[in-house]
Design a protein around this ligand. Structure first.
Ligand code: G6P
Length: 496
């Protein structure tokens, strides 16, 4: 890995299109005898990238665990495709970053700092406290971003288009521009962006580095106009940048660092659900099987379904409190409804996430203890990952509860209407990016208002079947307006 003084490198690579993200399209696990097994991941980026049918496109990602690191080390320059792995349509370069550096960058800065800032997650009387430990993590984040920039610089053909993803890699566009001024660089934020007052929690030099890092791109993409404008306002507040809200551009004043005087265009690309994939996948036998099991457990009652990562910003605890309030204040619903909540493990290296998972479990037990009867379990919770089971729950849901504190988009809100068998009423937080497109046919909630959320659940549960079906049709149309492949191509084309 190089140090932080980046120098121009000559364009020797051959890739015309590159994607960079922390989590790549594949991951490895190791068996007891050391054999490596490859697993292909899903998600918007994977299906988006399948739009470019070009084997010379390169995806640069980080090795996330020990098995990934071994696979990366065994491959020439980390190029998994060249080591004979079946990684999908494109080439994949997996970066073997020193585990301690990786952990500090990913856990310390990306997930415990930038994620917290953008999702407004701090309990501010005690956190954050940017101390000496944070400075070590910040150095690691810079080294990790530098490793990405150097790998991209090495792989990119002259004038190539590079699409850098998310808050893990906010310094990459600026670093890469210094190394390879010939490249066309895009950055895309999959998160919300913090309002200026909250972004200012960051130490000034860190805030500036993050903003000017992204402004190193020709174009910075966001999931909604609201997040794009929040970013622009942070640039104005922190860097004295000039913002054109109509043209969506940010221009740095002269003498403002690496990206001085440049204008960066902002773009809004509202990633949609992948309808073709979801409709086909949700009717396979493994989903039908799970549907039958769930139906048996529910026994003809109404269902409220939620599916999330066990993620602080998803607001699972207040969702349960709202359900409890509904059962307490509207006892007619007792024995008539089942809340199905799937919350699969995420970021378990972080103490906050482990504590949150414990709280989800504790509250679920408390609710079942308060209301369950021999014939009725009011709340069914699974804290493990089972994708076909999630699709089965989507198909049968009468109500979907999507109540994040704040969310870049929230694809569950878009997937449920696409997959729903009979129509599903959507209770949706006004702080989710998806709300910008789905508000007209959703039941909107303030995610902090437990009583209002309980009322919204009642409204959704009592929505007439015909209205529910009509709304679901319109929700599905809005949710699939920009399929992942088009989402990806639009960004590529916008780079010119
Ligand atoms: C969010 C981020 C993604 C991230 C995902 C899962 O959607 O925007 O970049 O990959 O969460 O988080 P993880 O930490 O497991 O990669």
């Amino acid at each position: 890995m190089g140090d932080l003084t980046t120098e121009r490198s000559s364009p020797t690579g051959t890739a015309p299109v590159l994607v960079a993200s922390n989590r790549g399209p594949v991951s490895f696990s190791a068996a007891d005898d050391g054999t490596l097994t490859l697993r292909r991941g899903g998600g918007g980026l994977v299906s988006g990238l399948s739009a470019i049918d070009d084997p010379s496109a390169v995806w640069v990602c980080a090795a996330l665990g020990e098995a990934d690191r071994r696979a990366a080390r065994q491959a020439p320059d980390g190029r998994l495709d060249l080591a004979g792995h079946d990684v999908g349509g494109q080439a994949v370069r997996m970066l073997d970053i020193d585990p301690e550096t990786f952990a500090r960058a990913y856990n310390g800065v990306a997930n415990s700092t930038l994620w917290f800032v953008h999702h407004l997650l701090y309990a501010t009387p005690t956190a954050p406290a940017f101390d000496a430990g944070f400075r070590t993590e910040w150095q690691a984040y810079r080294a990790y971003n530098t490793a990405f920039a150097e790998a991209l610089a090495a792989e990119a053909a002259p004038g190539a288009a590079v699409l850098v993803q998310d808050y893990h890699l906010s310094l990459v566009p600026g670093l890469l521009r210094t190394l390879r001024p010939d490249l066309r660089i895009g950055h895309f934020s999959h998160t919300p962006w913090a309002p200026p007052e909250y972004f200012r929690l960051l130490p000034d030099d860190v805030a500036e580095a993050v903003l000017t890092g992204i402004l190193g791109a020709d174009r910075a993409g966001f999931l909604t106009r609201r997040w794009a404008l929040a970013f622009a306002e942070c640039c104005a507040d922190q860097l004295g940048a000039t913002v054109d809200r109509d043209a969506l551009t940010v221009t740095l004043p002269p003498a403002g660092g690496a990206a001085t005087g440049r204008t960066t265009r902002l773009g809004v690309h509202a990633l949609g659900a992948d309808a073709d994939f979801l409709r086909e996948r949700s009717h396979r036998p493994d989903v039908d099987e799970r549907l039958a099991t769930l139906r048996e457990a529910v026994g003809g009652r109404r269902t409220v379904v939620r599916v999330d990562r066990t993620e602080l910003s998803k607001n699972i605890v207040r969702g349960f409190q709202a359900y409890r309030h509904l059962l307490r204040t509207r006892p007619d619903w007792r024995d008539k409804v089942v809340h199905i909540a799937f919350a699969y493990p995420s970021r378990t290296d972080l103490a906050e996430y482990r504590a949150y998972t414990a709280e989800v479990r504790r509250l679920a037990e408390e609710i079942n203890a308060e209301f369950a009867t021999p014939a009725w379990q009011p709340l069914i919770v699974h804290l493990d990952d089972d994708f076909p089971r999630s699709l089965a729950a989507y198909r049968m849901a009468d109500v979907a509860l999507v109540n994040p504190i704040r969310d870049g988009m929230n694809l569950v809100a878009k997937e449920v209407p696409v997959v729903s068998d009979q129509g599903c009423a959507l209770v949706l937080s006004r702080e989710a990016g998806a709300h910008a497109e789905l508000a007209d046919d959703a039941v909107t909630v303030n995610p902090y208002d437990v009583i209002a959320t309980a009322e919204a659940l009642h409204t959704a549960l009592t929505m007439p079947a015909g209205e529910r079906a009509e709304r679901t049709k319109r929700l599905a149309a809005a949710a699939t307006a920009l399929p992942p492949q088009q989402w990806f191509l639009d960004q590529l084309n916008a780079l010119g």
